[in-house]
Write a protein that binds this ligand. Structure first.
Ligand code: NAD
Length: 328
């Protein structure tokens, strides 16, 4: 039988309250309590979910095996350091930290103290992305769009660190190569920081990716398109819809797909097979927190570890720096 993991949550604002809800529902978890610098917020969450609250972060950290850190990004390094230094595992909401120096400090400390870091790049567990698992994916071109109407939340950081970093993390997990070249541009529309960003990444293996992120949009859009030899996949991360088109010489009888009429190409008869792989609906936040608990128990590995969180941040910061250079 798996041992109960004692968990604490630091920061119970907009997202932290959902961590409380999910940890309460997970097996093998004892939610020890919550801590938030804002006592009013602690009070609301304590009453809503009937959980213990702590007035000292240190006391909460000491009483737990692992902590979920859901505070503003600029505080992640300082809060996580306190937990890791005394041997506690940490789940850190994305982005891992505000800069690379901090991220590397945390990754090194976690190694020294033999604890796990997991980073909340939740889109890795988006059901539309998971639906692509059965296919052999090695794209030559990737096009990603992430648009959102303006809200005040998240605007403490540029759109690259708030929204685009989700797609950077997905991209780095899909493309098995290192980034060799970045071009980026952006504009400030509603805030003093960059609200719309466009980046073009080239990888060592030749893959090219184009990403647009905006927080000045009428409607939400989250779409990824992958193109590779004889293969095109499109994923709608909001609708939970994945569609795959594959060109082949003949119809695979095992494929439950629609096909076009055969066409001739360089003397070969070819068909385009269309299929909608099953998208298994699930709550991605619950699933990533469950993955964290399973990783602590030794039954899994963090889907996004500290190193992956660091790598996504590094590319995001390069893009952001390039946009700033481009603007000035
Ligand atoms: P929020 O402002 O709603 O909540 C943050 C809470 O942390 C507040 O209640 C605040 O009082 C508390 N706090 C601040 N400093 C603290 C400290 N030092 N110790 C303890 N509590 C502290 O912010 P949010 O929208 O919940 O975002 C929190 C984090 O989650 C950010 O890093 C953000 O980037 C990330 N986030 C991730 C996603 C995602 O898709 N994975 C979505 C939203 C937010």
């Amino acid at each position: 039988m798996n041992k109960q993991i004692n968990i604490g949550i630091i920061g119970t604002g907009h997202l932290g309250q959902y961590h409380v809800k999910h940890f309460l529902g997970l097996p093998n978890v004892n939610l020890v309590g919550i801590y938030d610098v804002n006592p009013k917020q602690t009070d609301i969450i304590q009453k809503t979910y009937a959980v213990n609250s702590f007035t000292s972060m240190e006391k909460l950290v000491e009483s737990c095996d692992a902590l979920s850190i859901v505070t503003p990004t600029e505080t992640h390094a300082q809060v996580a350091k306190k937990c890791i230094e005394i041997g506690k595992h940490v789940f850190i909401e994305k982005p891992i930290t505000k800069d690379i120096k901090e991220a590397e400090m945390l990754v090194r400390l976690a190694q020294e103290n033999n604890v796990l870091i997991q980073v909340g790049h939740i889109e890795r567990l988006n059901p539309a992305i998971l639906a692509l698992k059965p296919f052999s994916v090695s794209p030559k071109f990737v096009e990603i769009q992430r648009l959102a109407p303006y809200t005040i939340r998240g605007t403490d950081v540029p759109v690259v660190l708030d929204l685009m970093i989700h797609d950077i993390d997905i991209l780095l997990s899909i493309v098995d190569s290192s980034v060799s070249n970045i071009r980026a541009t952006g504009v400030s529309i509603l805030t003093d920081s960059v609200d719309i960003a466009h980046a073009r990444l080239r990888f060592e293996n030749g893959t090219v990716a184009s990403m647009v992120s905006s927080r000045v949009a009428q409607d939400k859009v989250r779409k990824i398109k992958l193109f590779q030899k004889d293969f095109y996949a499109t994923m709608d991360l909001l609708l939970g819809l994945t569609e795959v088109y594959q060109i082949s010489d003949e119809i695979d009888p095992d494929l439950s797909s629609d096909t076009t009429a055969p066409f001739e190409y360089h003397g070969r008869k070819r068909i385009i097979a269309y299929e909608k792989p099953p998208v298994i609906q699930s709550d991605a936040l619950r699933d990533e927190l469950s993955n964290f608990v399973d990783s602590i128990s030794g039954n899994a590995k963090p889907i996004v570890d500290g190193k992956a969180g660091r790598d996504a941040l590094e590319v995001a910061i390069q893009i952001q720096d390039m946009i700033i250079q481009d603007i000035h």
